[in-house]
Design a protein around this ligand. Structure first.
Ligand code: FES
Length: 144
């Protein structure tokens, strides 16, 4: 069963949408369930994440976790945002059923992918940031 918080974030997602001219965009997908998540970041000149938006084509937990992830990273530095793990996202939602943990992993990966894009665009290195396993950006755009 989903917690009340998961249901709330699924029914009333925060920060849904996109950011024009985003500083970083990351799109990730889970091949097994076919769900896709895209995260947009706006980072200011001090390296603080000012705005975060998401678009998710996926299950209720994927929508809830991506929405919660946006709230957890906004106002943070890019370095701090890296520490927002799927566990933190799941905890902030008062837990997820075991078979939905991969949805929160997608949220963590989407943040990472957006940070990676930001770092690449600005030719900077973010300590501890790993290259996303698979950015489905291109595929996703073709589908649109
Ligand atoms: Fe795959 Fe939720 S079922 S992201």
């Amino acid at each position: 069963m989903y917690s009340k918080k998961v249901m709330d974030y699924f029914m009333n997602p925060r920060n849904m949408g996109e950011i024009e001219n985003a500083s970083g965009v990351g799109t990730v997908g889970n091949a097994k369930c076919g769900d896709i998540m895209r995260m947009y970041l706006k980072v200011n000149e001090k390296g603080i994440i000012e705005e975060v938006k998401f678009k998710t084509f996926g299950c209720g937990a994927a929508i809830a976790t991506s929405s919660m992830a946006t709230e957890l990273v906004v106002g943070k530095t890019v370095q701090e945002a890296l520490k927002v793990t799927n566990k933190a996202v799941a905890e902030a939602l008062d837990g997820l059923p075991a078979n939905k943990v991969h949805c929160s992993l997608l949220a963590e990966e989407a943040i990472n992918a957006a940070l990676w894009d930001y770092a690449e665009k600005n030719s900077i290195k973010i300590e501890g940031l790993k290259q996303p396993k698979k950015d489905v950006h291109e595929e996703y755009l073709e589908e649109e």
